[in-house]
Every structure is written in structure tokens, then in C-alpha cells.
Design a protein around this ligand. Sequence first.
Ligand SMILES: C[S@@+](CC[C@H](N)C(=O)[O-])C[C@H]1O[C@@H](n2cnc3c(N)ncnc32)[C@H](O)[C@@H]1O
Length: 292
Amino acid sequence: MPTRYTDAQLQALMEALYQRYSYDFRDYTLPSQRRRLNHAIERFRCAHLDALQELVLGDPAAFGELLQILTVPVTQMFRDPAFFRALREQVVPVLKTYPSPTIWVAGCCTGEEALSLAIVLHEEGLLERSRIYATDINPQALATAASGVYPLHRLAEYGDNYVAAGGMGQLSEYYTVEHATVRFQQRLLDKINFSDHSLATDSVFVETQLICCRNVLIYFNKTLQERALGLFHESLCHRGFLGLGSKESVQFTRFASDFEPLPGPEKLYRKRAPSRAASYYAGRQGFARNET
Ligand SMILES: C[S@@+](CC[C@H](N)C(=O)[O-])C[C@H]1O[C@@H](n2cnc3c(N)ncnc32)[C@H](O)[C@@H]1O
């Protein structure tokens, strides 16, 4: 039976976590946070939200566990296979025109999405000259991602997804089985930089041709969604691509007119070229700055 607490109490906890640990969950959607916190209250056997707050503020290890609940570290290889098929068909041909494409996977969780992209790029003859930056705020997930080691029992699902995503060979070409785990090849991992980066507090760090940020914005309120989309818009090169999760969209945000949807049902967008008027004024501002 979930305990009762107000939105203000929930927000006070998020503010306290930010002040204590610099993890910023203040602009995540309230219903999703409420579900996570109810789960945490049960898991830590707390009588109410205040008790949970006291526990996690006083005990960094307990906060580490709460972080696993708040960040929803759930993912798959080739999650939503049709997305990867569309990416292969509509985006990869353009990526091939760049000498060294850079890809940012924001909210990469335990790394399966970045590995899936690395496999697509490898099969398209593009991996050698590409670089993938994969970022997240969950240190435990990032450690798993960097290891490239996953439980064996996930393999059947990963193999099915790979085939449905248009895989050109066998998924087994990319891993070795070690007891109850699978280890993905180092040559794939070598092309991926896994690092800590928060869409809530950090800024742009690289220019990219493609950004995949899937099943992350769904947990953000509109303010934070727009902050993240602003980072993506700034990071993407002229006419770069953005991939979102199936329940996410740029629609109804202030970036709606900055991205054009690619044909088809997948949430794939291409950054629009700035209008001539916008380019003119951006140029004037740059000119004015140079004058001072
Ligand atoms: C549901 S998982 C999605 C993983 C993967 N993108 C996918 O589609 O399978 C959400 C991920 O977003 C990460 N995340 C949550 N808030 C974030 C933030 N502010 N900045 C970066 N990553 C964040 C979580 O740690 C988690 O790994």
C-alpha cells in the first residue's frame, strides 16, 4: 500500500538529492517519479517518504541503490528493431558521405544501444572511421556498458531483435560465451567512448552527425525535454539526424520546427537548415561580436 505524500514533498526530496549529490531529478515527470519512489519506499522498508529521505541523504550507498530505481536502467540490443532498420536504410547512406561520422547515444544505459549501432556501422563498412560517444548518469550502468558483458539469458531476445533489425550476418559473430555471460568483441567497444554526462546539468561536448536519445525524454517534463533538445540541436551538424524513442517526439516543443521527420513511423528526424533570415541574423550577431 503506497504511502501518501504531496507533490511538494516529492519535489523537496529531489531538491535535497540535488543539493547533497548533484544529481538533478527536479524536472522529471511527477507520475513516473512517484512510481519509482513508491517502489523505493517498499524496497527500503521505509514507513514514509521522510524516512526514505533521511536514509538516502545520510547513506551514499543507499543513494546509489535509489539511483538504480530513479534512472530506470532498462534496455535491450536492437530495441524496437524497426527503428534500427529505418536507421540503416535512411540515415546510414548519408553518414557514409562524411569522412569520420560522430554519433552520440545519450542515455545509453548498459550500452546495448551503442553496441547495436556499432554493429550496424560495422556491417555497413563504416565503423572503422566512426566514433560513438555513449553517455549516461548511472555509473553502475556505465560500468556494465564499458565491460560489454551481459547475462546469457538475454541472448535469445537480442538475436531475434538483430534479425528483425535487418542484421546482415549472425549476432554470434560479435560475442563469445563465457559461463553464464556473453562478452561482446573488444573491436566494437574500442569504437565507443562511454562517459558520464547529464542532459539535465551538462552542456554540449562534441559535434555529431547522429544523436540517438531513446526512451529517456519520456521521463522528463517539458522544461527538461526542451533543455535536452536544445543540446541536441546545438550538437548536431548542419542537417544532422536525431533518433528518439517510439513514445517521444519533438512535436509540441519549441524545437518542433527545427527538425523535419523522416518518412515512416519511426521517430527519426533531420535538423532543418536554418532559414535565410535566421542565418543572416546569426551572421550579424557573430559580426557584431567580432567588432567589439
Ligand atoms: C529506460 S533507459 C533507456 C536506455 C536506452 N536509451 C534504450 O532506449 O534502451 C533510460 C536511461 O536514461 C538515463 N538517464 C536518465 N536521466 C538522464 C540524464 N539526465 N542524462 C543522461 N541520461 C539520463 C538513465 O540512467 C537510463 O540509463
